[in-house]
Unconditional design. Sequence first.
Length: 416
Amino acid sequence: MTTRSAMTEATYTERIAFVVDLARHLHAYGTTSQRMEGAIESVARKLALECQPWSNPTGIILAFSDPSRPAGESDTMRVVRLGPGDTNLRKLCDADRIAEDVISGRIGVSAGRAALRELDRPASLSERVMLPIGFGLASVSVAGLLRLPWLDIGTAAAIGFLIGGLALAAQSRPRLQEGFEALAGLLAGVVAILVSWLVGPLNLNTVIIASLIVLLPGMSLTLSSNELTSRHLVSGTARFAGALMTIVSLTIGTAIALGIAGALGIEPNVRALRPQPEWVVWCALGLASYAFAVLFQASRRDYPLVMCAVIAGYLISRYAGEWLGPPAGVFLAALAATAAGNAYARWFNRPGALLRLPGIIILVPGSISLRGVISLVQSQDIGAGGAAAMAALNTLMALLAGLVFGNLLVRARRNL
């Protein structure tokens, strides 16, 4: 079946319904506004539709018309209210494959819609179990990358698993989901303080940050800045505000834990110590690459690709940073990840997000931002978080420059 015959068999309404379903799924899987809008416009053209999409983190507006009919006669608008998306590389690849099959004529529009609806099936038991495991592995690996002592690594791992369990419970409990970040910050603070008081001294703030690493909105801060650069001002501003509120919520929970400890006369035993040898860092890097493959919900066959992207991003930023300075290292890693993702997408006709997102995940400035806000709250001195704020800003600018120039170096394939 050719693309033209598939469009002839599908009615105008069916083609619109397919594009709306595709937009909804791309949004749900964490696609940024500029990439989603570009992809939707491309697919709509292939289906003989004119579409003007408008996307923000909590909804989509799609205006359609039939170019073969007089202006205004076939105008149709769809408004879709959605929650903020979450990165799911496996389903993003599936949705992209379905779109390719429809616009190439391999399957019809109705079959494409049915295939998209199949992606809405609830997560299996094994997928749900992997969520807290991914949280715990990410926490322990980040603690290892920071060369923390073994007690600190074990504490971060335990807290990470607990927060992963809390995240799993919040998925089916809307009220719990509303205060999830604050509860996670409270849980991390309480457990870390108790361990430092009862068991042994900890790098307290660093352990808390490592245990919360999955919830830190560094990726959201980076993507929102990228959207603002692309002149998607409403979406970028909304995403940026959401990231800031996540940082505030996490800090509120941590501050409450510190306040309770102070009221009860509990004094956490704090130390500054990074004693681990180099082999611990390399083991932690391998574990981190696996943890982020799990958390990005990649397909099993894509695990090696995602893991290599995480490792490459870390290695480029580390060694280029030692040679040229940390901002230059972050810039080169983001440039390489973006260019490699676009090249992979063009050569293999699959989403470049498989390389781009894992390649920059370790570079994002979420942990620096949270450290600055926690220091500010603890000391009640605006200057206390100044150094961390400047470090976060420098990292964000370097990341953004890498993303922009990476897209200029290798043009994206249909935006995904």
